[in-house]
Unconditional design. Structure first.
Length: 438
């Protein structure tokens, strides 16, 4: 009976932790996005992109200013689902330039492939407007400017943008979806300052930087120009981050070690009496979690987190059996304290593992942004030499080229570049690593 009561008490704690964790996952930006997307995909019919409504795309783009050529986060989720469907049906296929895997659901077709095999054909039928204005002919107010390269996969791009969508923002300018891919826009971008990119970025509140597995976006000249505009207008710049892979498995593993420790504690206390020190196990738990936080987020930290879970589970098993030996009146008071203590330590173990995985993901995104970036804006490349010449001339005339390079360095170090962080860095505070993720 004592053993059954102890196991029941600990099971209630585990159930409460699992319930709270599920709620926190659903309430998070990434969790809510994917739960809603999964539900919407089953319950809502998407527009028929095979036979889209036809409008005058040229007239629409003349009437709607560039800063309103935007899409919503729901549009991005919808696009991911539709592209996945087109790939499965063989309507978007690998090429020599982009030999993507048909079974891949992480990277996907690159933006070049998406534009040529999907965006351009669909918008051609609709009247040659952009994807954004095909969906929203009156346009949407711009809150987020998304800066990215075209080398990344569309799944990679959408997952990072949706997962990092700024709180309170509703619509975003994404060049591949915002610019009319079937119209000649060379006249619109001959002057970088008057381009749709510059106008949309000026109207936005945030700039979201999307790393990719191919290389740094700051090896492309238009991305460096967008960094220049963002710096000049004191925009808040954030690095997007993909959802953490294997998160649920890692949390389940941490809880499993805690449950195993609990069983050990119950058995030892039931069979051998007070053979283990609860106080010592408390200190073991705290020491393991502290070391896991101080060490780099690698396997050593994961092992320490598992040890912490095991120690705390063992301690809770001992306490449960000890409380079970008291009178029932004493048990009622001790059970409330046991739940509070158990929930606190289980939360510490779970959150420590989540934090470890997120730090790994953040560092991976930073490494992607650094890959191929020399630290000099002038080394950026462009497929159109005239664009590079015009942009570099404007950068040189501005006199803030070095400051923009420093702003990008702050972003690479911190995951965020704001006026405050840039000022702190300029005053010699040093490299503020991961400050944007604290």
């Amino acid at each position: 009976a004592i053993l059954a009561q102890a196991i029941l008490a600990q099971a209630q704690i585990f159930a409460q932790v699992a319930h709270c964790f599920a709620l926190s996952l659903i309430s998070s930006k990434a969790g809510m996005a994917y739960f809603l997307a999964a539900y919407a995909n089953k319950c809502r019919a998407f527009p028929d992109f095979e036979v889209p409504a036809v409008r005058d795309g040229i007239q629409i783009h003349r009437a709607v200013p560039p800063e309103r050529w935007c899409v919503s986060v729901a549009d991005l989720r919808q696009l991911r689902h539709v592209v996945r469907s087109y790939v499965a049906r063989g309507k978007i296929v690998p090429t020599d330039r982009d030999p993507f895997s048909l079974n891949d659901n992480v990277i996907g077709p690159c933006i070049h492939t998406l534009v040529h095999q999907f965006i351009k054909p669909v918008t051609e039928k609709a009247g040659k407007m952009s994807w954004a204005l095909m969906l929203h002919p009156d346009g949407l107010e711009c809150h987020v400017f998304v800066t990215h390269g075209w080398a990344e996969g569309i799944y990679e791009f959408i997952d990072k943008v949706v997962n990092s969508w700024p709180r309170g923002a509703r619509h975003a300018f994404c060049c591949m979806l915002s610019n009319p891919q079937n119209l000649d826009i060379s006249g619109l971008i001959c002057s970088p300052r008057d381009s749709p990119f510059a106008k949309a970025l000026s109207a936005s509140t945030y700039m979201l930087v999307v790393p990719n597995h191919r290389g740094s976006i700051y090896s492309r000249v238009w991305c460096t120009y967008e960094a220049f505009i963002a710096y000049s207008e004191s925009k808040e710049i954030f690095t997007s981050c993909a959802p953490v892979p294997g998160l649920m498995f890692a949390v389940a593993a941490a809880l499993l070690f805690t449950a195993a420790g609990f069983c050990v504690g119950v058995i030892c206390e039931t069979v051998g009496g007070h053979g283990l020190s609860g106080v010592g196990l408390h200190w073991s738990t705290l020491a393991s979690l502290a070391l896991a936080g101080l060490l780099p987020p690698l396997s050593a930290s994961r092992t320490l987190i598992w040890i912490a879970g095991c120690c705390q589970g063992t301690n809770m098993g001992i306490v449960c059996v000890a409380l079970g030996r008291t009178t029932w009146a004493g048990w009622d008071g001790g059970r409330a304290a046991l739940k509070l203590e158990g929930f606190t330590y289980l939360a510490l173990v779970v959150l420590s593992e989540i934090d470890r995985l997120k730090r790994l993901q953040i560092r991976a995104e930073s490494a992607q942004l650094c890959k191929g970036y020399t630290g000099r804006l002038r080394d950026a490349e462009s497929s159109v030499q005239a664009d590079k010449t015009a942009i570099l001339e404007e950068l040189q005339a501005s006199g803030v080229e070095k400051q923009v390079e420093q702003s990008i360095r702050v972003l690479l170090d911190s995951g965020m570049s704001t006026h405050t962080l840039r000022t702190a860095s300029a005053r010699g505070v040093g490299r503020l690593r991961e400050a944007g993720h604290v």
